[in-house]
Write a protein that binds this ligand. Structure first.
Ligand SMILES: [Cu+2]
Length: 364
């Protein structure tokens, strides 16, 4: 245990577990994923594929694919569905559908001490409602998630309660280890339900918005029902995440505000709200697939001019979409003037793990 702790302490200064703007496998383990919310205007498609091989000599491979779709909506909500073509949940319904809505009322990205998420869904195979509450917190390179689920019973009995937790450990910018364990409080011994577990190596693919999980688990599908009911068979597989940023094509693109006018008469004494913009310009850049600097502190009225010093396209996009550079070619510069005090979190749509913050202070 102390060696384990020492390992953590060694890694802590080298890594951060900042949440990604798009749904990323670097933020969550395979079977505990309910607090994933895509940014507004982003549709997330994840392909989860698991398989099992029968024993020798047949070694027949059986595949268990799950397709995950989620659309980020305003107010930190998301709607979506999961579709599995080889579900073992109920014998007569191999094509399992789950339609869900999610809400993330609290988020560390928005300054809360932790992430609080909720999901309610309808599972067509079970013909019942399922729900989940999740609490998560990122601390240095570690992100811990705990979940409570209430699940309709596939055999038509009383509702089941599942409790579980998982963690991701970010080893470096592109690689994390992940695992989780979920168990029903009353497992059905007739159907052979076991505690559900999973373990994976999760990778962000550099230069792309995609993440990949190579995983082992004893669950079949990724629905709330499927991710809570372990089987006696170990499966291997992968998950691949593909965010589509529809906002880039349909979202409101805020035009760059006009440059601040020359300061007129000085404000009345004691009146800070009418402080004139300073009009200064601060230079920043994208370099090595990162915003540099990642944190910019400026007085109100300052313009930040980002220059793309990489060989690939980037964007400067506010998490709340209050500004968006659109695609910036290598060498391009995009200025934005910050006229209101506040903390502005931004990211790159192409590389959602690229994140930064602009702190705009009241001009003195
Ligand atoms: Cu980028």
């Amino acid at each position: 245990m102390s060696r384990f702790l020492g390992f953590f302490l060694l890694l802590a200064p080298l890594t951060t577990a900042a949440r990604l703007a798009a749904q990323s496998l670097l933020d969550r383990p395979p079977n505990v994923s309910g607090d994933w919310i895509a940014p507004t205007g982003t549709v997330q498609f994840n392909f989860l594929h698991r398989f099992v091989a029968s024993s020798a000599p047949a070694r027949k491979v059986t595949n268990f694919p799950t397709f995950v779709i989620g659309a980020g909506l305003p107010k930190h909500t998301q709607v979506g569905f999961l579709y599995s073509t080889n579900s073992t949940l109920t014998p007569n319904y191999p094509n399992e559908w789950e339609f869900y809505g999610r809400w993330l009322p609290l988020s560390q990205d928005r300054g809360a001490p932790l992430d609080l998420g909720g999901q309610v869904g309808y599972n067509l195979a079970v013909k019942g409602l399922d729900g989940e509450i999740s609490i998560a917190r990122a601390m240095g390179p570690v992100r811990l998630i705990g979940v409570t689920r209430i699940l309709d019973d596939p055999q038509g009995g009383n509702a089941d309660v599942a409790l579980g937790g998982g963690l991701v450990l970010r080893l470096q910018r592109y690689i994390a280890l992940a695992g989780d364990l979920v168990t029903l409080t009353h497992r059905n011994s007739v159907t052979g339900e076991k505690p559900a577990w999973s373990a994976g190596v999760h990778v962000a693919i550099p230069g792309t918005p995609h993440t990949l999980s190579i995983q082992a688990t004893n669950t079949t599908t990724a629905t709330l029902e499927g991710a809570s009911r372990g089987t006696s068979q170990r499966r291997y597989g992968f998950e691949f995440t593909i965010p589509f940023t529809l906002a880039r094509y349909f979202g409101r693109r805020q035009p760059a505000p006009p440059p601040p006018a020359a300061p007129a008469a000085p404000p009345a004494p004691g009146d800070t709200s009418a402080a004139p913009p300073t009009g200064a310009t601060v230079k920043a850049s994208m370099k090595n697939i990162a915003f540099q600097p990642g944190r910019i502190e400026i007085p109100t009225g300052t313009t930040v001019a980002w220059t793309n010093n990489d060989a690939v396209q980037h964007t400067v996009t506010a998490v709340d979409r209050s500004f968006d550079s659109g695609n910036m070619a290598p060498g391009a510069t995009w200025p934005h003037t910050f006229t209101k005090p506040g903390a502005y979190q931004f990211f790159c749509v192409v590389h959602p793990f690229m994140k930064g913050t602009v702190i705009v202070e009241e001009a003195k």
